[in-house]
Design a protein around this ligand. Structure first.
Ligand code: G6P
Length: 368
C-alpha cells in the first residue's frame, strides 16, 4: 500500500513531524513502572543469560551507526558494560577477538543492509548471540537474529533517515535501562529514567515548533559550501548525524566532530563563510563547549547554537540560537535531532534539491 504525503510537500518533512508519535510507539508497552525497568520480551534471553553478558558490540551503517554511538554512551552509563560500536562493513572482515560472553546487536532501519547482515552472520557463526533492532518487520536481519526489538516507527520513505534514528535512540535507551536494572541501577534510578522517557514525546513536539525559525536560519546560510557540526559526549554523535543529514540531502560538505577535537584540524576551515552548528544543551560539559564556541567566534566563524530553553551564556555568543526543551543528557540527541533535521531539510529545499530521493543514495544498500 502506498504511504500518503498527507499534505506535506515531502516524505522527509512528514516523517520529521511524525516523531512524537513514532517515539510513543517505540515505548508503548515497554515501560514497566512496577519493576522500574523496560519490559523487552523480544530479547529472547533469560535475565541470567543477559546478566552474564560482559561486552556489547553494536554494528550498523549510516544513520543507524550514529544511533549506535548514542546508545554506547547510554549503555555504558546505565549498565556499566563495555560497549563497542563498529561499522558493519569493517566488522565483517576484521575478525576481532570477542569474549565468549559478547553479545552483538545489529541496528538497521530496513533490516536488509548487506554489510550489517554479513557482519551479523559472521559473529553468529562464531557462536555469539545476536540481537537486532529493526524497523521493518519480517526483514532478513530481523528473521536471522536470535531475538530483537522492532522500532514500530511505521514506513520511512525519505532516503535520509529521520524518525527511525530517534526511535533507535529511544529503544537503545530502553535496552540500557533493562541491562542497567539487571546490574546496578536502583529502583529509584530506574523510575527516574522512566519518568524522563515518558516526557520525551512532548519535548519532541515542542522542538518541532522551531520549524519556522529553522527555515529562517536556513535562508541565511543556504549559500555556504562548508558546515561544521560540533558537540561533546552524548551530543557528539548528534553532531555526526546533523552533518550527515545536511550532506545527504543538500550536497553541502559538512563534518561532524567532537567539539574539542576540532582544534586538531577542522578549525583550519573556519572563516566567515563556514558556519559551525553547536549542540550545546546544559550538562556536565556545557562550559567546555562554550569555550569551544568562543574559539570559533574568535576566528570569525558564524555560530548556530542549539541550546536549552532557559539558556543564557551560549546564546549570548552565538549568531543564531535555536531553543529546545531541556532533557536528561542521554535524551538530548533525540530532542536536538529535530532542529538538525529541519535545518538540513530547509537548506536542501532552498537549494532546489530532491530531498526525498537524493542523488547517488539508496534507501537501503543491499549490494556490497
Ligand atoms: C542507506 C540509507 C541511510 C541509512 C543506511 C543504513 O545509506 O540512505 O539513510 O542510514 O543505509 O540503513 P539501515 O536500513 O541499515 O538502517
Amino acid at each position: 500500500t502506498q504511504v500518503e504525503l498527507g499534505g506535506y510537500p515531502h516524505y522527509m518533512l512528514k516523517e520529521i513531524f511524525e516523531q512524537p508519535e513514532s517515539i510513543r510507539a517505540a515505548m508503548r508497552g515497554r515501560l514497566d513502572r512496577d519493576e522500574a525497568t523496560a519490559k523487552l520480551g523480544g530479547l529472547n534471553l533469560t535475565p541470567q543469560q543477559l546478566r552474564q553478558v560482559d561486552r556489547l558490540v553494536l554494528t550498523a551503517c549510516g544513520t543507524s551507526w550514529h544511533a549506535a554511538m548514542v546508545g554506547e554512551y547510554t549503555l555504558e552509563a546505565f549498565a556499566r558494560l563495555p560497549v563497542e560500536v563498529e561499522y558493519a562493513s569493517e566488522l565483517r572482515y576484521r575478525n576481532p577477538p570477542l569474549s565468549t560472553q559478547t553479545l552483538l546487536m545489529a541496528i538497521t532501519q530496513s533490516g536488509e543492509t548487506i554489510d550489517t547482515l554479513a557482519a551479523m552472520r559472521e559473529v553468529k557463526r562464531k557462536g555469539h548471540p545476536v540481537l537486532s533492532l529493526c524497523n521493518v518487520v519480517g526483514s532478513t536481519i530481523a528473521r536471522e537474529s536470535d531475538g530483537g526489538l522492532f522500532l514500530h516507527a511505521g514506513p520511512e520513505i525519505g532516503v535520509a533517515s529521520t524518525k527511525a534514528f530517534t526511535s533507535q535512540c529511544v529503544v537503545l535507551s530502553l535496552i540500557a535501562l533493562h541491562f542497567g536494572r539487571l546490574r546496578h541501577l536502583s529502583y529509584e534510578a530506574g523510575l527516574r529514567i522512566i519518568n524522563e522517557m515518558e516526557q520525551l514525546p512532548e519535548k519532541v513536539e515542542q522542538a518541532l515548533e522551531t520549524n519556522s525559525l529553522c527555515r529562517q536560519i536556513a535562508g541565511k546560510y543556504s549559500g555556504c559550501d562548508n558546515f561544521l557540526y560540533l558537540g561533546r559526549q552524548h551530543n557528539f554523535p548528534a553532531a555526526l548525524e546533523g552533518a550527515l543529514k545536511l550532506k545527504e540531502i543538500s550536497y553541502i560538505h559538512a563534518e561532524g566532530y567532537p567539539a574539542a577535537e576540532m582544534k586538531h584540524g577542522p578549525i583550519a576551515l573556519v572563516d566567515e563563510h563556514t558556519p559551525s552548528v553547536f549542540i550545546v544543551p546544559s550538562g556536565g560539559v556545557y562550559e567546555k563547549v562554550i569555550a569551544n564556541m568562543e574559539e570559533i567566534r574568535a576566528r570569525g566563524g558564524p555560530v548556530i547554537a542549539i541550546v536549552d530553553e532557559d539558556d543564557s551564556r551560549a546564546s549570548e555568543i552565538a549568531d543564531e540560537v535555536i531553543r529546545v526543551p531541556s532533557a536528561a543528557d542521554y535524551l538530548q540527541p533525540i530532542v536536538t535531532a529535530i532542529p538538525l533535521q529541519l535545518l538540513a531539510y530547509h537548506i536542501a529545499v532552498l537549494r532546489g534539491c530532491d530531498v526525498d530521493k537524493p542523488r547517488n543514495l539508496a534507501k537501503s544498500v543491499t549490494v556490497e
